[in-house]
Design a binder for this molecule. Structure first.
Ligand code: PMP
Ligand code: GLU
Length: 400
């Protein structure tokens, strides 16, 4: 079939593909422990669900403006303003169908043929795919494992050319859980500002941070306004409020750019779904209840982070991993387990799924097929069992 060049390199999301396969095997009766999907296992907080149900009954079932309801945009702006300690232009907030659409809007609007966009590796699988969809060129910048794969201005400078138009940042990181400090962010921001390069800062995991209790990870808005060059902030309700299926994300960007995002949405999707906007309005306005729900989930994620890192050290001593400071992923290195038959993490994960029933995402999805990603957004019991099975799989493959 002849298809447009628009989709010539497009592949389905690898993270979604592994998680769909794991769900299918489980539905066929296989005993599968699914540590592939990056989604909180908690229910959406009750007050958010109630608001959606009440909203639907009260008629929140029609189109809204393409950028979202003014109430929700103002509520998000108010929370951003609280955090930044300065005024935030609510018309710079555009509500999207998940953070994915927010990223698509930003990448598609800002970049095109001839442009290069720096993607820090390991990267979330969707970033290079979206840059390629815009027919711009993703340029991968490798971080160093000894620094939790974080990069600084020197690495960005080495990878940049006269065609570099943007850099995608993601802290806390999917897949590593690494978190940039304010000083590290400031150094990157200064580098980008100097070169008039756009920063797209994906802060979807910002609240899921193990640094200090009740505090979110450093983000762009923590920096003084005068330090910032051109940027788009990307965030959303999916991870922090356990609302992945509701599909609500947002961007915060200059108003002129936001108007283009809204125009794009008006042609593509009209608006993010109305009941989900009503639900999110509760999440962004009932601040005390929302903060309490987030804090409770973060406490559970932190306990699980401690559990998986402790068990990794006990069961697979010597296996390298990034100690996660945020998000809910453990990124660990498996090439010491490769042999003549299993020569990459993709094959290693297939074998693990086949023989032990544990689903992980191979590092090929994130730029390095010597590593794998485990999501620890699942129960302690499942994590204990999964780690025991991984260790059993490793022992069975090297019976010495
Ligand atoms: N950014 C990152 C880093 C993610 O891991 C995800 C996971 N889905 C997203 C964006 C997209 O979030 P959403 O589900 O809101 O589209
Ligand atoms: N972001 C999650 C992940 O990395 C969900 C899947 C996806 O959106 O690709 O697994």
């Amino acid at each position: 079939m002849h298809l447009s060049e628009n989709v010539s390199t497009l592949k389905p999301s690898a993270t979604m593909a592994v998680s769909s396969l794991a769900k299918r095997l489980a539905s066929e009766g296989r005993d599968i422990l699914n540590l592939s999907a990056g989604e909180p296992d908690f229910d959406t907080p009750g007050f958010v669900c109630d608001a959606a149900i009440d909203g639907i009954k009260a008629g929140a079932t029609r189109y809204t403006p393409p950028a979202g309801t003014p109430q929700l945009r103002k509520a998000i702006a108010a929370r951003l303003a609280e955090r930044a300690g300065r005024e935030i232009d609510w018309e710079g907030v555009v509500v999207t169908a998940g953070a994915k659409q927010a990223l698509f809007n930003a990448i598609f609007t800002l970049f095109g043929p001839g442009d290069e966009v720096l993607i820090l590796s390991p990267y979330w699988t969707t970033y290079p795919a979206l840059v390629s969809l815009a027919r711009a060129e993703p340029v991968v910048v490798e971080g160093d494992a000894t620094n939790d794969f974080k990069v600084g201005p020197a690495e960005l400078e080495a990878a940049s050319t006269g065609r570099t138009r943007g850099v995608v940042l993601n802290s806390p990181s999917n897949p590593t859980g690494a978190v940039y400090t304010s000083a590290e962010l400031a150094a990157i921001v200064a580098w980008a500002k100097e070169r008039d390069v756009w920063i797209l800062s994906d802060e979807i995991y910002r609240s899921i941070y193990y640094g200090s209790e009740g505090v979110a990870a450093p983000g762009l808005l923590d920096l003084p306004e005068s330090a910032l060059g051109p940027y788009v902030l990307i965030d959303g309700a999916s991870k922090c409020f356990a609302m992945t299926g509701w599909r609500i994300g947002f961007t915060y960007a200059p108003r002129e750019l936001s108007n283009k995002f809204a125009a794009l949405q008006s042609q593509m999707t009209s608006n993010p779904t109305t009941p989900s906007q009503v639900a999110s309005l509760a999440a962004y306005t009932q601040v005390e209840a929302a903060d309490a729900a987030v804090a409770e989930m973060v406490r559970a994620f932190k306990r699980r982070r401690d559990l998986v890192t402790t068990r990794m050290r006990e069961l697979l001593p010597g296996v390298e991993f990034v100690d996660p400071v945020g998000a809910f992923y453990l990124y660990f290195r498996v090439d010491s387990f490769f042999d003549d038959e299993v020569t990459g993490a993709t094959a290693w994960c297939s074998k693990l799924l086949e023989e032990q029933g544990v689903a992980l995402v191979p590092g090929a999805a994130f730029g390095d097929d010597r590593w794998v990603r485990m999501s620890f957004a699942t129960s302690d019991d499942v994590l204990e069992e999964a780690l025991a099975r991984i260790a059993a799989g490793v022992a069975a493959a090297s019976p010495s």
